[in-house]
Design a protein around this ligand. Sequence first.
Ligand SMILES: Nc1nc2c(c(=O)[nH]1)N[C@H]1C(S)=C(S)[C@@H](COP(=O)(O)O)O[C@H]1N2
Ligand SMILES: [Mo]
Length: 435
Amino acid sequence: MPPAPRVTSPVDPGFWRSPLRGPWLTSVLGVVLLAGVTVLFVTGLLSYAAYNPNLSPVNDKTPDKGLLGFYLFDWPTDPHWLYRLNQGLHVTVGITLIPVLLAKLWSVIPKLFTLPPARSPGHALERVSLLLLVGGALFEFVTGVLNVQLEYLFPGSFYPLHFYGAWVFFGAFVTHVVLRLPQVVRLLRERGWRQRLRDPRPEPADEADEADEAGEADEAGPVARRPAEPTVSRRGALGMVGAGSALLFVTTAGQTVDGPLRRTALFAPHGGGDPGSGPNGFQINKTAGKVGVEPRDTGEAWRLVISGPRGDVRLSRGELLQLPSHSAALPIACVEGWSTSDQWWRGVRLRDLAALAGFDADPPGVLVESLQRHGAFRRAALRDNQVRDPRSLLALHVNGEDLSPDHGYPARIIVPAAPGVLNTKWVSRLTFGEL
Ligand SMILES: Nc1nc2c(c(=O)[nH]1)N[C@H]1C(S)=C(S)[C@@H](COP(=O)(O)O)O[C@H]1N2
Ligand SMILES: [Mo]
């Protein structure tokens, strides 16, 4: 055999030698991503709607969204686990897809180095859309993982980044699917994906040449011109990707499932860690100490101010305890994907507090303010359907005990199906009707 020519530059097609690369592998990974990324888009948009961004500037982290908010709708309060399920899916599916995304990028990486950069204006346009696709995907996965792992690394700015990034990614993704799907379907039909899985041979070279002639070489998935000896079969390679995904899945999902499985959520910051025992022993987002809420703010001097058309009403915790009390079993479900199972909350209905403020029938929405002085989550607006739901409470107790300081003593909001961030802790003021 003559010695192979030395190839050192990645722009040389001979540089990329893995016999696994080719349209088949790229297509299989692409189909998995098509399904998974669709789930991410749907749950991502729903999660955004759950914040009620159009209700009040207080909730709106993306005031310049314009037309991109076209689909927003009134987030319901039923079923009460809606946000928990939605956000658990969003974060768990996102994390599980990471190995698939990396494998897909690996399978097409030679394309990044294809010369000339563009053969025609159409081809140039397509390559720009691919840059947006890859850049958008990486950006969304990285910002999402950082937000979950580092707990609000970018206070306030995660939402705009992840939101606008998602639309760029979405546009490029739809374009890509429209252009590629027919080809992928044909390819997987013709080659049978089972046979190819067992076939140890590299993607055939004649196929590469054929594709080259048709000007399609870098379209469907690049094939090695000088394939190296295989070190792993296609089945083995996909198996590794699948095992990676499975590992991430079982070490993430527990943070949403709760119960004994929470211990398996090794990579989730609110997962395995022991949240303490007893009635208040469930996940805490930010402790009172962390946001500067001191015992003297929440002691005897604390008053709840309820504002409405009749002026202000001020109530001590003792007076709140005299009002009719109700309970509801509801979870805390955070945008980060962690959630608790249903906890038993007890307190005063928001609609009863609205009546004290002068709204006897048809209570409006409410602006909730915490005594916490700084930080993004000290205020939130709730919609009228959330105020009217009989399970929406200003909670004073949880699981039969007073709220602990970290869970919002002396009083916190709890609303069915709402994202955690709307369940304001250490409440000091409720303003009905003015958001
Ligand atoms: N005042 C105030 N309320 C708050 C927050 C906060 O930082 N400050 N965090 C919110 C978020 S993001 C979540 S997920 C829940 C968490 O409630 P928990 O700590 O009782 O589990 O509280 C919400 N209420
Ligand atoms: Mo949260």
